[in-house]
Structures are given as structure tokens and as C-alpha cells.
Design a protein around this ligand. Structure first.
Ligand SMILES: Nc1ncnc2c1ncn2[C@@H]1O[C@H](COP(=O)(O)OP(=O)(O)OP(=O)(O)O)[C@@H](O)[C@H]1O
Ligand SMILES: [Mg+2]
Length: 457
């Protein structure tokens, strides 16, 4: 280890505290042990500390109160709790209050070291992200979103660094994981932030009109084109062009997009005069583009051109530690809109929200919280405000499961279909021919579904 990191251990049992400090010193950390919260807090105020290991049961105040006071001094320093026994409620409460994690006693040294290393990594990313984002417009500041897990801090860091370049970025991830949010953050963190950000959702435009939409058209170029119009490339000139659902781009137009990116110029439909454009391109998809390339539905040369930097967003079920923070954020948002004053979520409701597997990811969680805020009759969200399907076991997939989901029907059907296919694939260890057999569809039909629903191993 090159740099020395400072670790503060607050533990009222002298033998345990000293032993822990000794081991950490051996590992090359600068470790300080203090026997009580008051002294610990005083030290924390006076000295730089990179990670705090805090005994949950200290005399004088509860672990939550100590945590609160530390957060007031420095909210970024990760605090790892050490507790004699664990309960889900307590863990959730601590994590929600901003604890980094908690460890159960007796401590496993390997686990302690592993968690310290992760926490240090997160701190350095947080510091770098903060530095990178200084001077950014508030609205698109990542402070307004939740990037709480180490995984998401890393992704944010990648996005912030990518934003400093002009490279094309492909954002991938299941539906509702925040691809558009990332695209926005990148634009607003880039040198082009004072220029326009133009978004085109390729799945929302009839394929025959995509070319004119992107590149513009002169009067009479196609039926119904009554006047000359600029395309989105020209609209985005100087700024960023975000092509959402890029997997939907018709094959014939892919070569035109490639040429536009290579030559940095476009030609309006029906015209022969090329127009220079200066844009930064960000694309997003929930499909597996590599698979589309294999199936010759997506040009490989275009794929490479777009995928200079790939930002792949993990599904919400792989970053559950963010759920309490997201719930808080969405409650605030909908409190404001609905003029409500919800302040808390009951323990059982929060446990259920954490347990659920979110095939629709953050968007689905947001919808669930929106619905709950609208329905709630007092200042706390409880079980009765949550949709009943949350209460089922995750492998109990029946269409009714989503019957009172706030999502529109086609989205619900996609979610259900995706669920069933994913489970079947998992059951057969991703053997597609056996899964297809079980599902009663052809193998090519299954491949199509996998690709169109964005199912990934
Ligand atoms: N990190 C985050 N913190 C808070 N809210 C988020 C975050 N990421 C996404 N959201 C919210 O979740 C919803 C879905 O996000 P977004 O539209 O970016 O997802 P997407 O991946 O583009 O989805 P789709 O594939 O369906 O287009 C939005 O309302 C967005 O504000
Ligand atoms: Mg999107």
C-alpha cells in the first residue's frame, strides 16, 4: 500500500479495540482506537479520517445518534458499524442514515479489511466525482439523483470522465435503469453543456420517417413534406445528440448514420448539398447490440463507432442498498407535487420494498412510490399503500401480479413476459433450446424475445 489511510476505531471494549487497531496497523493503515463516542467525535473533528469503525452499542448515545453527529461534521466519511447482533430493520435504518455498511460481531478480519477497502475506494471516487462536477448546473447535478452504491459511484465516475471527452458513448441497461438520466448528466457535465441537448427516441418514430427526422428534408422530398426542415443533427449542432433505443434504427439508415458520424456532415433528404455538423453522440438501448450484430441486424462498423465508451447500468435488484435512498427521494418529489407531508415509511413496508425484484427497475420503484404517496392517508407510508403484487414471492409470476401496477398495459405485459423468459432461461442454465421447448416457442422466436426484451445473462 502506498498512501496511508487513517482509520478511526471507536469501541468501548479495550481488548477488542486495541486488537483491531493492531491488525489494521499491520496492514499498513494508520489506525487510532478510542474507547468512547465523545473522544471519538472530538478526534474526528480535529483530524483527517478516511473510514470510521463504530461500535453500535456505545454508552451514552445510540449508534444512530453518533452517526448523525459524525455526518454533521463530515457527511462523506464512510462509517462502518460493528454490532453484536443484526436485524434487518436496524441495518436499513443505519444505511438510510448514511452508514456505509455494518458488520456483525464476532468480526471476521477478512470481511473487515474487504469492507474498508471498498469504502476507501468509494470515498476516493466520491471526491473525484465532486471535483469533476464542480460548476455544473444544479438541475442536472448528480446530487439530485441517487448514486449511493459503490457500483453506481464507479459508473458516475466513468460518466464524468467520459463527459470530458468527445468520445461516442453507448449507455446500456434494462428498461428503467436510468440510461436517459446518465445521458443528461454527461451532456450537462461536458464542454457542450451550454449548447443544446437533443433527444430522439427512435422507437417512437415510424421507420419510414426516421431518415428525415435525423437528417432533415427539402420541400417535396417525400409525400407529405410540405416544407424544407432541419433534421435533429442540425438541431443539435454544437451540442449533444442523444439517440435513444438505437437498436431500433432501420438497417438501411445505419449506413447513413455511420457516414454522418465519419464525415461530420449530413445531407438533407432530397438535397445534394452536404451540411457540416458538429455534434457529440450518445446512444442508449436495452437490447443486446452485440447480439444484433451477430444476427446481422446491426452493422458492426456502426456498433464500434457508437460504442467507444460503454456505460452499462446494473438492474436495481443488483443495487438494493440504493432502495431506501430512492424511496426518500421519490417521497420528497411526490410530496411536493401532491402537496403531502409524508415523513416516513413503516418498517414492514420498507422491508417489502427492498425485497421486491423490480423487473421495471427504478421507474417501477418510482411508480410504486408515486402511487403510495397519492393513496396514503397519513404522514407515513404503510403496507396498505403498496400494490399487492409486492407481497408475493418473486417466483410467483402470474399475470394478476401486475394487475394494479401503475404502468401502462404494454409495459406490464413486457415485464411479465420478460420475467417468465428470464426465469425459464435461468432454470435451464441459459440453454436456449431447452428453454424454448419449455416455453413452447421456437428457438428463433426465443432469440427474438431475448433481444427485443433486452434480456441479458
Ligand atoms: N440514479 C437515479 N436516481 C434517481 N432517479 C433515477 C435514477 N436513475 C433513474 N431515475 C429515474 O427513473 C426513471 C427511469 O429513468 P430513465 O428514463 O433514465 O431510464 P431508462 O434506462 O432510460 O429507461 P428506458 O429503457 O425505459 O428508456 C426516471 O423517472 C428517472 O428520473
Ligand atoms: Mg430511456
Amino acid at each position: 500500500m502506498t498512501a496511508k489511510f487513517d482509520i478511526l476505531i471507536i469501541e468501548d471494549e479495550e481488548i477488542a479495540g486495541k486488537a483491531l487497531a493492531g491488525t489494521l496497523k499491520q496492514k499498513g493503515y494508520a489506525a487510532v482506537w478510542l474507547p468512547n463516542g465523545e473522544e471519538g467525535l472530538f478526534h474526528f473533528k480535529q483530524h483527517p479520517v478516511d473510514v470510521v469503525l463504530l461500535d453500535y452499542k456505545l454508552p451514552g448515545m445510540s449508534g444512530e445518534e453518533w452517526l448523525g453527529r459524525m455526518k454533521e461534521i463530515n457527511p462523506l466519511t464512510p462509517v462502518i458499524f460493528m454490532t453484536a447482533y443484526s436485524s434487518v430493520e436496524r441495518a436499513v435504518r443505519l444505511l438510510k442514515m448514511g452508514a456505509y455498511t455494518y458488520l456483525t460481531k464476532p468480526l471476521e478480519m477478512e470481511e473487515v479489511l474487504h469492507n474498508i477497502e471498498n469504502a476507501l475506494e468509494k470515498v476516493s471516487l466520491q471526491r473525484e466525482n465532486k471535483r469533476l462536477q464542480q460548476g455544473l448546473q444544479e438541475k442536472y447535478s448528480f446530487q439530485n439523483y441517487v448514486f449511493n452504491s459503490g457500483k453506481m459511484q464507479e459508473i458516475l465516475n466513468l460518466a464524468m470522465r467520459a463527459a470530458q471527452s468527445e468520445a461516442s458513448i453507448l449507455v446500456t441497461g434494462e428498461s428503467g435503469t436510468g440510461k436517459e438520466v446518465i445521458a443528461n448528466i454527461i451532456h450537462h457535465s461536458s464542454a457542450r453543456s451550454d449548447r443544446t441537448f437533443v433527444k430522439v427516441n427512435l422507437s417512437a418514430i415510424p421507420p419510414t420517417l426516421i431518415e428525415a427526422e435525423l437528417f432533415g428534408a427539402v420541400k417535396g422530398a417525400y409525400t407529405g413534406s410540405v416544407q424544407t426542415r432541419k433534421g435533429m443533427f442540425e438541431e443539435a449542432d454544437g451540442g449533444t445528440l442523444f439517440l435513444d433505443e438505437i437498436g431500433e434504427l432501420p438497417f438501411e439508415i445505419q449506413v447513413k448514420l455511420l457516414r454522418a458520424l465519419q464525415e461530420r456532415e449530413i445531407t438533407r433528404l432530397g438535397s445534394t448539398a452536404p451540411v457540416k455538423v458538429n455534434i457529440r453522440i450518445i446512444t442508449a438501448t436495452n437490447q443486446n447490440l452485440e447480439e444484433l450484430v451477430r444476427q446481422k441486424k446491426f452493422r458492426e462498423d456502426l456498433f464500434f463507432r457508437l460504442n467507444v465508451i460503454n456505460i452499462d447500468l446494473p438492474p436495481l435488484r443488483q443495487r438494493k442498498e440504493e432502495i431506501p435512498h430512492l424511496v426518500d427521494l421519490f417521497i420528497k418529489k411526490f410530496n411536493h407535487r401532491e402537496n403531502k407531508r409524508i415523513e416516513s415509511v413503516s418498517k414492514d413496508a420498507m422491508n417489502l420494498l427492498i425485497k421486491y425484484h423490480y423487473p421495471g427497475n427504478i421507474r417501477e420503484l418510482e411508480n410504486i412510490v408515486e402511487r403510495a404517496v397519492v393513496l396514503s392517508r397519513d404522514d407515513s407510508l404503510g403496507m396498505r399503500d403498496l400494490p399487492v403484487f409486492l407481497n408475493r414471492e418473486p417466483d410467483d409470476t402470474s399475470p394478476e401480479q401486475f394487475s394494479d401496477s401503475p404502468l401502462p398495459l404494454p409495459e406490464r405485459l413486457n415485464i411479465i413476459e420478460k420475467e417468465i423468459i428470464t426465469r425459464t432461461l435461468e432454470k435451464f442454465n441459459y440453454n436456449q433450446s431447452r428453454a424454448a421447448q419449455e416455453l413452447g416457442i421456437s428457438e428463433s422466436g426465443l432469440r427474438y424475445k431475448i433481444q427485443s426484451l433486452g434480456i441479458r445473462k
